[in-house]
Write a protein that binds this ligand. Structure first.
Ligand SMILES: [Zn+2]
Ligand SMILES: [Zn+2]
Length: 277
């Protein structure tokens, strides 16, 4: 088994070790530790520091820089993006990426999770805007909120879990701004729903690290893309549902075609380009 008894650095200031450490210990036998490496330099949710690369690149950069800074060979980092769900319009979704970097072999193993289970939301405030319904809908105060000046994005408060403090900050903000932005705090330690998703993703990543390539033995063999499409159960025409999964190796060119996990052989007409255009 790769990485057993190895020390793995988790590049996070946001207490993600609470969920990553037990999973990596149980499944891989490795010890997760953290350093005081500042991951905010790669971008913050509140936008004071914009992210310069896409989420996947940022995640790898974070993991590699943290590992190099603390002279460590193995590291883990994760990166979340929030916005409209890719297949369910009007629903927010949480898209999480987690990478494991092995600097000894120059390997990167990654997994992702897209889930509609998120409280991600924001509300523009004008003087007198009612905040109570918003706070209830985002599970405040177990889930914290952030408050910013809307046009400059100046942060008035982060990690707010007290309604009295929030009201004070709102009052202060309106002494010099016309519009404020109240938003869910998406940092893992301020957001139990996100932390739950990260736990699932850590499980997925650990399973992938455990899966080795049949050709070269490298860890991290797994899903890379979908392949071909299922035909319609009604008219036999092409549909939007994929037929196979293509799995690949992170170190060599070996690939395998795998059946869908649900073993479907025909697609319901709802996904047909002809029956349900
Ligand atoms: Zn059809
Ligand atoms: Zn291989």
């Amino acid at each position: 088994m790769h990485y057993q008894h190895k020390r793995v650095l988790l590049a996070s200031k946001h207490e993600k070790e609470r969920v990553v450490r037990p999973v990596f210990f149980d499944k891989l036998g490795c010890e997760i530790y953290t350093s005081d490496f500042d991951t905010d330099q790669f971008g913050t949710f509140t936008g004071e520091i914009p992210r310069a690369y896409n989420a996947y690149e940022t995640c790898i950069l974070k993991a590699k820089s943290a590992a190099i800074a603390s002279d460590c060979l193995f590291s883990v980092a994760s990166e979340g993006s929030f916005g409209p769900h890719p297949s369910i319009p009007f629903f927010a979704s949480d898209h999480e990426i987690m990478v494991f970097v092995d600097l000894k072999n120059n390997w990167v193993i990654s997994e992702q999770l897209v889930t509609p289970k998120t409280n991600y939301n924001r509300l523009t405030l004008h003087a007198g805007t009612e905040v109570e319904p918003f706070l209830q809908s985002v599970q405040f105060p177990s889930h914290a909120v952030t408050l910013q000046v809307n046009d400059t994005k100046e942060v008035l408060g982060k990690g707010i879990q007290d309604v009295g403090l929030l009201n004070q900050l709102i009052k202060r903000g309106f002494t010099y701004a016309d519009e404020l932005l109240l938003a869910t705090d998406m940092r893992a330690m301020m957001n139990p729903t996100r932390m739950e998703g990260l736990s699932l993703l850590a499980e997925k990543l650990a399973s992938r690290i455990l899966t080795c390539c049949h050709a070269c033995g490298a860890p991290g063999f797994g899903f890379i893309s979908t392949a071909e499409t299922l035909s319609c159960s009604l008219c036999d025409g092409p549909t939007a549902m994929h037929r196979f999964e293509r799995w690949g190796c992170i170190a060599c060119a070996h690939q395998e075609k795998k059946p869908r996990p649900d073993h479907l052989e025909k697609a319901p007409p709802t996904y047909c380009h002809y029956c349900n255009p």
